[in-house]
Design a protein around this ligand. Structure first.
Ligand code: ADP
Ligand code: ADP
Ligand code: ZN
Length: 217
C-alpha cells in the first residue's frame, strides 16, 4: 500500500506513520527526518535546507522533489511505502503523481489528521526529538522513562530549533497557505481520508486503520 500521512505540524504524522509502517510492514519516508539527517551530516543539501527550516519555511519544490524521487526509487519501496511530510505543496503532489509509473502504482490514500491550532501549539512546544533515531517524545503527554534520554536507543533528546514558539506560528501559517490546498487536490482525486487527530495516540491509530479498512493486527 502506498500511503501519505498529512496534517499540520504537530498533528501526529511522525508518530502515526511509524506505527503504520510497523503494522503494514512498509518503510516510512519522513522528509523532515531525511533533511535533519542531511543537516547532521553537514552535506550541501543539509546546509541549503537548514536556511529554510530554521525560519519555518518550506524548502524549494525542485530540491525536495529530486530528493524524494531518488528515495522512492530504492528497492525497499517496491512493496509500498508511507510518506510523512511529503507532498507539502500542490506542485509536489503533481510531481508525485507523475512518478507513479516508476513507483509500481499510484498513491492509494492520503490520510489527513486534523487537530486544532491550540492543541498543535501544546504538542509542538513540548516535543522532544531523539538526536540519534528521530523518535518523538512529549514532556507532558509522552515523557521518556529517563529525563532527556531516548527509551529506544538512549540517545540525547533535544528541542528542534523550529519547535520554538515564534517559528511555530509561521509554520502553521505556511501550512494553511501552501499545504492545505494539497488536501483539496486529494479530495478532488477521491483519495483523501480525513481522521480526527485529537485524543490518545492509540485511539488515533485505530481510527486510521478503520478508515483504511485495515484490521487492527
Ligand atoms: P513537522 O513534523 O513538524 O510537520 P517535519 O519534520 O515534517 O515537520 O518538517 C520539518 C521542516 O522540514 C519543514 O518545516 C520544512 O522546512 C522542511 N520540509 C519537510 N518536508 C518538506 C517538504 N515536503 N517540502 C518542503 N519542505 C519540507
Ligand atoms: P508531526 O510529525 O505531525 O509534527 P509528531 O508525531 O512529531 O507530529 O507529534 C508532535 C508531538 O505531539 C510529539 O511531541 C508527540 O509526542 C505528541 N503527540 C503525538 N500524538 C499525540 C496525541 N494523540 N496526543 C498528544 N500528543 C501527541
Ligand atoms: Zn532514539
Amino acid at each position: 500500500m502506498n500511503l501519505i500521512v498529512m496534517g499540520p505540524p504537530g498533528a501526529g504524522k511522525g508518530t502515526q506513520s511509524r506505527w503504520l509502517g510497523e503494522r503494514l510492514d512498509v518503510p516510512v519516508i519522513s522528509t523532515g527526518e531525511m533533511l535533519r539527517d542531511e543537516i547532521k551530516r553537514k552535506t550541501a543539501l543539509g546546509t541549503q535546507a537548514k536556511r529554510h527550516m530554521d525560519k519555518g519555511e518550506l524548502i524549494p519544490d525542485a530540491l525536495m522533489i529530486r530528493v524524494i524521487e531518488e528515495r522512492l526509487k530504492r528497492q525497499d519501496c517496491k512493496r509500498g511505502f508511507i510518506l510523512d511530510g511529503f507532498p507539502r505543496t500542490v506542485a509536489q503532489a503533481e510531481a508525485l503523481h507523475r512518478m507513479r509509473a516508476s513507483l509500481g502504482g499510484t498513491i492509494e490514500r492520503a490520510v489527513s489528521l486534523s487537530v486544532p491550532n491550540e492543541e498543535l501549539l501544546k504538542r509542538l512546544s513540548g516535543r522532544r526529538t531523539c538526536r540519534e533515531c528521530g523518535a518523538m517524545y512529549h514532556i507532558i503527554f509522552d515523557p521518556p522513562t529517563n529525563e532527556g534520554l531516548c527509551n529506544k536507543c538512549n540517545g540525547e533528546l533535544y528541542q528542534r530549533d523550529d519547535d520554538h514558539e515564534d517559528i511555530i506560528s509561521s509554520r502553521l501559517e505556511i501550512y494553511d497557505a501552501q499545504t492545505a490546498p494539497v488536501l483539496e487536490y486529494y479530495r478532488k482525486h477521491r483519495q483523501l481520508v480525513e481522521v480526527d487527530g485529537v485524543g490518545g495516540r492509540d485511539d488515533v491509530l485505530d481510527r486510521i486503520l478503520a478508515a483504511l479498512g485495515v484490521a487492527k493486527s
